[in-house]
Design a protein around this ligand. Structure first.
Ligand code: SF4
Length: 174
């Protein structure tokens, strides 16, 4: 049974989410347009990203979700997240590589068509981060599949993620 008296007592004092920080709209626009332009040059179309979580605390996921939210709205520049690694150009991997999810990461990698890039996103994906040394953790993404780019931070900001992806595509221009 729902305890409405208790809920009424607790809710007014409950902590509210922090408002989003300031975003430099023109810098964001320029960054994302460069990323899309690099994608068109390298792939002839927009970049398709498959997110793979190999054991994250979900902090990095919140920043990835922000990219799709109303502030960054990545989709308006054509960049998109896909559900199937067979449709992806980039595997965006978060979290330390756990023993449990190593095979899933390898399968996602094998299913992604060439040319493909693997981005280790966040300190945990770089080298295990705060989970390094745990009995459940192998280390960073590189312990399972070859990594093309690492983006550090705990978690990295959306701007940092976009900058990393842009640098990856511009460095791999045909
Ligand atoms: S880098 Fe930080 S935010 Fe990202 S999964 Fe690790 S602990 Fe969580």
């Amino acid at each position: 049974m729902v305890n409405w008296p208790r809920i009424r007592r607790v809710l007014p004092g409950a902590e509210r989410a922090e408002p989003p920080g300031p975003v430099d709209a023109s810098a964001l626009q320029s960054l994302t347009e460069r990323l899309e332009a690099a994608s068109q040059v390298r792939l002839g179309r927009s970049l398709a990203i498959r997110h793979v979580n190999t054991g994250s605390c979900n902090g990095c996921e919140l920043e990835i979700r922000a990219l799709n939210g109303v502030v960054y709205e990545l989709a308006r520049f054509g960049l998109r997240f896909v559900d199937n690694p067979r449709h992806a150009d980039v595997l965006l991997v978060t979290g330390p590589l756990t023993h449990t999810l190593r095979q899933a990461l390898e399968q996602a990698y094998d299913a992604t068509p060439d040319p493909k890039w693997v981005v280790a996103l966040g300190d945990c994906a770089v080298d295990g981060g705060v989970f390094k040394g745990s009995y459940a953790v192998l280390g960073g993404t590189g312990m399972g599949v070859p990594v093309d780019l690492t983006i550090g931070g705990c978690p990295p900001s959306p701007e940092r993620i976009l900058s990393g992806l842009r640098a990856l595509l511009e460095a791999n221009r045909a």
